[in-house]
Design a protein around this ligand. Structure first.
Ligand SMILES: *Cc1c(COP(=O)(O)O)cnc(C)c1O
Length: 411
């Protein structure tokens, strides 16, 4: 434990000093984090979905160094640059063909704020100023800024702390793996009653991340797209966690073959190198919105754009889909049988994601220590032990993760 850190620095969702002191990391390479105390642990979290190529990747390092020689940053007001132009071309190419306009933000939460703002400005300029609310499903997570928080799960999210301040939005039943009929009925009913007040629906397609690590059936997305069209509600897909191959498709929306009106990308967009995100939308919506009232200081940061270009190129030039499929197969073979374990409520696997939902909350301090002693870095929360490893992980490294998970469950 580092005493200065523990005494002065906030970590995500902690108090100062924290009950769970942080581990000091010296460096990272491939799938390994090298701890100050000499231990090397396999990062089963990809630093929260981001480091898909692992750490200290030669190709990405080279892209950052090359850009650093030109410039690390210039303002984006009245100025443009090749890294941003190239990245926009790539993203427009690899996402659904209706998405032609792009806003480069500095974090996922900000890209969600921008998406919500686009939806509000769209209806305002269409003379429908009453369409000011959003609809979403429970167990979602869309970020920690205020508008983003207002569409996070009302219980797992931080709504109780900011009661009366957060926007009041509509929450409908979240869909299950299959069938999704109940959830669709709830959505249709809520939309039919309230659509005149609703600007947009926001969803994490197929996999809900930090709000509960739930996986749901693509039939819900297909139906949600139809209902949004029927009731004149825009559809925002938040692929900040699921984008860039994580679920086995390049984007999770491909499981349902739908096109959103607005798309948010982040996390793995830079291969985990730098905070960065993007919001994309259609020509029609951009034309209707006109002047979009947003402009972060570090908008379209050239270093971030350059490493994003490099990361996407590297991903598309490798057999990422086979790698993710192999990871999925191993995770299923090794973990699915835990469903019968008396301490386990459910096990879910999709692409390079595995979730073991326990019946009881885990003691994070003890479990974290045990995992590290088994050579693995994971960050369980509540009753969830889960992994989303870098795509470059070898089968034997992956087995180290699944063995560690089984070992802490059996303890
Ligand atoms: C992480 C995440 C965000 C927020 O992104 P930040 O970069 O942490 O602001 C939003 N939506 C989803 C689905 C996420 O997983």
């Amino acid at each position: 434990m580092n005493y200065f850190d523990n005494k002065h620095i906030w970590h995500p969702y902690t108090k100062i000093p924290s009950d769970n002191p942080s581990y000091l990391v010296k460096s990272a390479k491939g799938v390994y984090l090298h701890l100050e105390n000499g231990q090397n642990v396999i990062d089963g979290m990809s630093s929260w979905w981001a480091a898909i190529h692992g750490y200290n990747n030669e190709v990405l390092n080279k892209a950052v160094k090359a850009q650093l020689k030109n410039m690390s940053h210039v303002m984006f007001g009245g100025i443009t640059h090749k890294p941003a132009i190239n990245l926009a071309k790539t993203l427009i190419n690899i996402t659904p063909d209706n998405l032609t306009k792009i806003f480069f933000a500095d974090s996922g939460s900000v890209s969600v704020e921008v998406a919500l703002k686009i939806a509000l400005q769209f209806w305002q300029s269409k003379n429908k100023p009453n369409k000011q609310k959003f609809i979403t499903i429970t167990s979602g997570y869309h970020g920690d800024t205020f508008a983003a928080m207002s569409v996070c799960d009302p219980e797992n999210g931080m709504h109780h702390l900011f009661k009366g301040i957060l926007l009041k939005n509509f929450f409908v039943k979240s869909p299950s793996l299959f069938p999704t009929d109940d959830a669709i009925k709830d959505l249709e009913l809520t939309l039919s009653k309230n659509h005149h007040k609703i600007a947009a629906m926001i969803l994490e397609p197929i996999v809900q991340g930090a709000g509960g690590m739930q996986i749901y059936d693509s039939s819900y997305l297909i139906k949600a797209r139809e209902l949004c069209d029927k009731y004149n509600v825009l559809l925002i897909l938040d692929e900040i966690a699921t984008g860039f191959g994580r679920t086995g498709e390049l984007f999770a929306l491909q499981h349902a073959n739908i096109k959103p009106d607005i798309l948010c990308l982040g996390k793995a967009i830079t291969g985990g190198y730098i905070s960065f995100a993007a919001t994309m939308t259609t020509t029609n919506i951009a034309n209707q919105v006109g002047v979009l009232m947003h402009g972060p200081t570090f908008m379209a940061n050239p270093l971030a754009c350059a490493v994003a270009n490099s990361s996407i190129e590297l991903l598309l030039n490798t057999a990422w889909q086979d790698n993710v499929k192999n990871i999925e197969n191993t995770l299923k073979t090794e973990l699915m049988s835990l469903k019968n374990h008396n301490k386990v409520k459910d096990v879910r696997v999709l692409g390079a994601i595995a979730v073991v939902e326990m019946k009881n909350n885990v003691c994070i301090n003890t479990v974290q220590k045990d995992l590290i002693n088994n050579g693995v870095w994971l960050r369980p929360y509540n009753n969830l032990i889960y992994t989303m490893p870098p795509f470059i992980i070898t089968n034997s490294e992956l087995l180290t993760i699944t063995r560690a998970i089984k070992s802490v469950i059996n303890k």
